[in-house]
Design a protein around this ligand. Structure first.
Ligand code: NAD
Length: 484
């Protein structure tokens, strides 16, 4: 296959990089080279921020209805290109093709449309009062208006590139801001495609800019004085560095969506089949490369043996293969580097004496395939219990009382999500309330209403995105007081 060679997208056109460094993306299903693109430097960041600042003047003044029309056409454009973008994303990151086309790309389009439409129903606040000024009584009308803020730096990880990118781009542009988006070098291709689609929809040049690159580009972006908002999704380690760089330069309001080690708590009174299938999907969807993966199973002792047997049987029946083969249920890990990271964590868990129920090794095939792996009765001091693997690895423990289940679920520095499997709604809601996480699902996983908040607590992040939470993040409130 011929490599795709692609440049940054700045100011409405492909822009050559100041950088001599490039990155070759590999299709993880077959280890063949797919594309080459540049690793941006601070000079590229300066150029993109300058373009975004100029574009901000016009875009922030564009009437809301006009902005909404353009963004809806942008959403239509993504939808029209769903097959092509889905294939590209599947080849780039190894996500199952069907999942890319039918879920991620559709959500990408919906993210843009959803936030655009939110602007049509957005209302500012008005307060009427009787006050006094210079001893004269006055009628006052105080208007609290949400205004755009300027230029946003949007940094995303590799696991769901287009879905996560549009989750930020949608509210950022809908509220009248401009942005520079920086994908992960492991997943830049589909985000680079957004530029021409947005241009065709009528988005003015410079409103949406894409720079490909790694830490050098990312850190130049988050410490740039021309940037007014930083929205970052990625690991806790990088999130910490981003927070420091941002606060040392000019303290832009920041949103951090970070990693997780989410518990799936299964009670004896659960709908058994639904829970087995749900827990398997919760951890093994996208090969465990999901921030909300349910990577710690906490199951009630009385059903532990039966539940684990059923889970292992389900997992062993899953077909591992190329992400572009529609019959595959488990695709490859994203890169060789990530494969080695997952393999290393599994080997250390084995050495620690964790009880391996299934998997634990490379799977056959031409790509970076790894068998879905389950360790039972994992000590809570073990690395595989405490640290995010971000791969197809489940660590299990058991409980006898609700208090024990809660303590095990909260035994983590992370607090992104949780799933609870029971038919007892009193227990479900008590646990959901007491679990230290930003979100908790009862008898489901991954389900999202875009109006609802999404974000982690503890080391899983700062702030919430979604619905009005995103619109608030990308705006600043201005009070204007009218008197008569
Ligand atoms: P990462 O932290 O390595 O990289 C994330 C992004 O930051 C990439 O674009 C990377 O190039 C960039 N980056 C690297 N160094 C930087 C620096 N010094 N300054 C600024 N940017 C820098 O994460 P990853 O491996 O790409 O993604 C996996 C992680 O993301 C996991 O921990 C996962 O849980 C998390 N994640 C969280 C969510 C969420 O919504 N909470 C969603 C998806 C993934």
């Amino acid at each position: 296959m011929q490599h795709i060679q692609i440049e940054h997208w700045v100011n409405g056109r492909r822009e050559e990089s100041a950088s001599k460094e490039s990155f070759t993306s590999i299709n993880p299903s077959n280890k063949q080279a797919l594309a080459i693109f540049p690793m941006a430097t601070a000079a590229d960041v300066d150029k993109a921020v300058a373009a975004a600042r100029v574009a901000y003047v016009g875009w922030s003044q564009t009437p809301v209805c006009e902005r909404v029309k353009i963004l809806e056409r942008f959403a239509d454009g993504i939808e029209k290109n769903a097959e092509r973008l889905g294939l590209l994303e599947s080849q780039d990151v190894g996500k199952l093709l069907g999942e890319c086309v039918n879920h991620d790309i559709k959500r990408a389009s919906h993210n843009i449309r959803f936030f655009a439409q939110q602007m049509l129903t957005h209302t500012d606040e008005v307060y009427f009062s009787d006050e006094a000024f210079l001893n004269q009584p006055l009628k006052t009308m105080s208007v609290a208006r949400r205004c755009p803020v300027g230029v946003a730096a949007l940094i995303v990880p590799w696991n769901s590139p287009l879905m996560l990118a549009t989750w930020k781009i949608g509210p950022c542009l809908a509220t009248g801001n401009t942005c520079i988006i920086k994908p992960s070098p492991w997943a830049s291709l589909t985000i680079l495609e957004l530029g021409p689609i947005a241009k065709e929809a009528g988005l003015p040049d410079g409103v949406l800019n894409v720079l490909t690159g790694g830490a050098e580009c990312g850190s130049a972006l988050v410490s740039h004085k021309g940037v007014d908002r930083v929205s970052f999704t990625g690991s806790v380690t990088t999130g910490r560095a981003v927070n420091i760089a941002n606060s040392q330069s000019r303290m832009a309001p920041i949103s951090l969506e970070l990693g997780g080690k989410s518990p799936a708590v299964v009670f004896a009174d659960c709908d058994f089949e639904r829970a087995v299938t749900g827990v398997a999907r919760g951890i093994f969807r996208s090969q465990g490369q999901s921030c909300v993966a349910g990577s710690r199973l906490i199951v009630e002792k009385s059903i532990e043996k039966r539940f684990l047997e059923a889970l292992v049987a389900k997992v062993k029946a899953m077909k591992i293969g190329s992400a572009q083969d529609p019959t595959s249920e488990i695709g490859p890990l994203v890169t060789e580097q990530h494969f080695k990271h997952v393999e290393g964590m599994v080997e250390r868990a084995k050495k620690e004496g964790c009880h391996l129920l299934c998997g634990g090794k490379e799977a056959a095939g031409a790509g970076y395939f790894y068998e879905p792996t389950i360790f039972a009765g994992v000590p809570t001091t073990s690395e595989v219990w405490r640290e995010e693997v971000f791969g197809p690895v489940l660590a299990t423990q058991s409980f006898s009382t609700l208090a024990e289940a809660t303590a095990l679920a909260n035994d983590s520095c992370y607090g992104l999500s949780a799933s609870i499997w029971t038919t007892n709604y009193a227990n479900a809601h008590t646990l959901a309330h007491n679990i230290e996480s930003g979100l908790a699902w009862i008898n489901s996983h991954f389900v999202r209403d875009l109006r609802a908040p999404f974000g982690g607590v503890k080391e899983s992040g700062i702030g919430q995105e979604g619905g009005r939470y995103s619109l608030e993040f990308y705006t600043q409130v201005k009070m204007t007081c009218h008197t008569h």
